[in-house]
Design a protein around this ligand. Structure first.
Ligand SMILES: [Zn+2]
Length: 233
């Protein structure tokens, strides 16, 4: 199976679904991650052009730890708009290149505008990518199940699916720690241990479904994206 995770900022996938993606990999599936933005506004002191390069490198390093292919659409932070046709077409191109069997992306009710815009972009692009006569060129991609990953800190998110990530939690945290530009700043200046934050959320989701650590999802239940089998690992 081909799995495509589409996150907004370069560390979002690690926060919400890296344990699941690593589990897919362990089971022999092919996994690609696409970051929509380059994360260039994610620091107070490091200026955007320098941060852009750092964050693209951090994301590649994180993906490599799990054997995951990483691509970026390299859009700037805070200029993601679901109504922007160029941005939608960029997502269409990734979908057609990757031809995924399942897509994981942000929940429509996540905490900030880039995330909610990516959620909508993916939903819209996934339909457009399936239409043979839309942007002819690459072969059309099938309409696939979409799973929405947990919101930040799980706020306002009622999971319908859980993935046991007890076997991949340490790898997930290791991947998260690759995002030095984010974690170091938060530890030094905000007194926030983001790795502990993420581990706590995974433990909480684990508690809900009776395992040590879990990641939580909801299915995008629209025709014809529902399938009579489990797609998550
Ligand atoms: Zn983000």
């Amino acid at each position: 199976m081909k799995v495509l995770g589409i996150g907004c900022h370069p560390d979002d996938i690690e926060v919400a679904c890296a344990g699941t993606l690593a589990k897919y990999k362990k089971l022999g599936h092919e996994v690609t991650v696409c970051h929509v933005t380059n994360g260039d506004m994610g620091h107070v002191e490091i200026m955007p052009p320098e941060l852009r390069e750092m964050r693209i490198a951090e994301a590649k390093k994180a993906g490599a730890l799990a054997g995951i292919k990483v691509v970026t659409l390299d859009i700037g932070d805070l200029v993601v708009y679901s109504s922007d046709r160029k941005q939608r077409d960029a997502v269409v191109e990734v979908l057609r290149q990757e031809q995924p069997d399942v897509i994981i992306t942000h929940s429509p009710n996540d905490y900030m505008p880039d995330h909610t815009a990516v959620s909508r972009l993916v939903f819209d692009a996934s339909f457009a990518a399936s239409c043979l006569h839309y942007n002819q060129g690459l072969p059309a991609a099938p309409i696939t199940p979409i799973y929405y990953m947990d919101t930040l800190a799980g706020v306002g998110f009622m999971p319908t699916e859980y993935v046991d990530i007890s076997d991949t939690i340490e790898l997930k945290i290791e991947m998260l720690e690759c995002h030095v530009s984010q974690l170091k700043w938060m530890r030094d200046h905000d007194n926030i241990d983001f790795a502990e934050f993420v581990r706590t959320c995974a433990r909480f989701r684990g508690l809900q479904c009776g395992v040590q650590y879990a990641e939580a999802f909801t299915a995008c239940n629209v025709w014809p994206r529902m399938v009579p089998k489990r797609m998550l690992p």
